[in-house]
Design a protein around this ligand. Sequence first.
Ligand code: SF4
Ligand code: SF4
Ligand code: SF4
Length: 579
Amino acid sequence: MLNTINIMIDGIETKVAKGTTVLEAARDLDIHIPSLCYLKGVNHSSSCRVCVVEVGPRLIASCTLKAEEGMKIQTNTKKVREARKTSVELLLSDHDRECLSCSRSGGCELQTVSNDLNIRTVTYVGEKSSQEKDYTSPSIFRDASKCILCGRCVGACGTMQTVGAINFAKRGFDTVISTAFGRPLEESTCVNCGQCIMACPVGALTEHENINDVWNALENASKYVVVQTAPAVRVALGEEFGLPVGTRVTGKMVAALRKLGFDKVFDTNFGADLTIMEEGTELISRITSGQNLPLMTSCCPGWVKFMEHNFPDRLDNLSTCKSPHEMEGAMVKSYFAKKMGIDPKNIVVVSIMPCTAKKFEGSREELSNESMQDVDWVLTTRELAAMIKEAGIDFVNLKGETFDSPIGEGSGAAVIFGATGGVAEAALRTVFEITSGKDLETIEYTAVRGMDGIKENVIELPNGQKIRTAVVHGLGNARKLMEAMERGEKAYEFIEVMACVGGCITGGGQPIVDARTSERIDIKAERAKAIYTEDEAQTVRKSHKNPYITALYEEFLGTPNSHLAHELLHTHYVKRSKF
Ligand code: SF4
Ligand code: SF4
Ligand code: SF4
């Protein structure tokens, strides 16, 4: 066949499609070629040269080498092994090598490659390049002393997210990963999505840790510490304890949080149901008035900041709703505090999120009331796992427990917020029923599910009104959609955007999956499957049917979009620089 090529790898004859790289062909044959800078779909720069193979007399990086008819490749000769060792030793000679205290110890790809290549000493000794550490961002911590200049973060930020907040700067030995003009990350166009962390093979990029802040709050007897957990955390936390990808650990997670000493363990799903009530009402009213359409979701702080930098003239299209954990924080410090007779100043709200951008969001002054932040601290899924390990809790053998009431209960519609399409589906379940006054027989809107970058669907309400919906995930796709709308090629009434590809299930705060594993296991699909199974397991699957939400409106807020609801649950945005 014209489109296939015959090659031989380590004496094994194989046929591959034209355009296949030697690395891909070898991996299809289960031949292990180590690699570092290669990250499928994100970075193919062949800069580290760890994946070299021998083709005739030459050593060539296999990640960018396209297979050619009759090519004979050797992956395991003395020359190949020595070349790989030399490349890794050179990287190690300019690396801080404080593995024991590194957050990636045990999950570091440089450590794995060094071990696999049996490197026991580092021959090369010399001057170290940049040792700069940048703590300025509330979300992301950068440590240049650990950076191996692989460029995976540059691919994630520039190519995938089209943010381009970081790139290579300077030359030769002075080369660094830097923001424009070397500004602190906090002052750059970074949207805090954390996808650079997920791409980084070493500990050069991590979240800005807040574990000690939370330990301090828990140890302060005058504080009432409430924790809430986002839907995507429960389908990924188990991976940090060796459980298979996609294992649901909701009950164990609740039990672990109680053991850590939190006074109440709430579910952010309650806040998600509240978001649907507020945002659904906002959608109906915008459609009725014809103003500020399309309505764009605002629950993803990465997307919100992306809009603030890149499309500042379209900020009126964003929903004014705070995100679910911010709404929940606001309700803890008002409704719940009043119910319990606690001074809200003594309440500390901690959010466990799959997300690094939520750390930035938690610190935004627009998300506060009476000089109190709605949420005090945000921890990622990884930070929660670290606390559980530090406390010596045997997570895997914990017996499941349930969330606390009255604001700890959520519907199935709220759970699916964790996957791309989930917010749109949850909103459509509620908007359809509220406008029709009838119960839906089929509540799954499968058209907005799945991993296509841009998904479109038209739903017709009983009054004949059509809602043209787009669901987008990954900021690269979001930019494409925004630009198509600016050119007048696309028009919608409702758009859901999640900054991370796949949605929060693969957010920047989730367990990091190394490059090899992510080639073998479809992480997004496994975690999304777990999210939809969690939805099916709920007895209440529509936000407006959550009895605790009904009670909240009856006892406290009045109606959705009421004056009090606006004061506590809605916000505004700021225009930011494009550069
Ligand atoms: S957090 Fe996101 S936007 Fe910021 S540098 Fe990393 S990938 Fe780029
Ligand atoms: S920060 Fe990490 S991903 Fe970026 S170049 Fe350095 S080692 Fe590679
Ligand atoms: S998609 Fe989710 S995890 Fe990613 S930035 Fe947005 S809210 Fe955070």
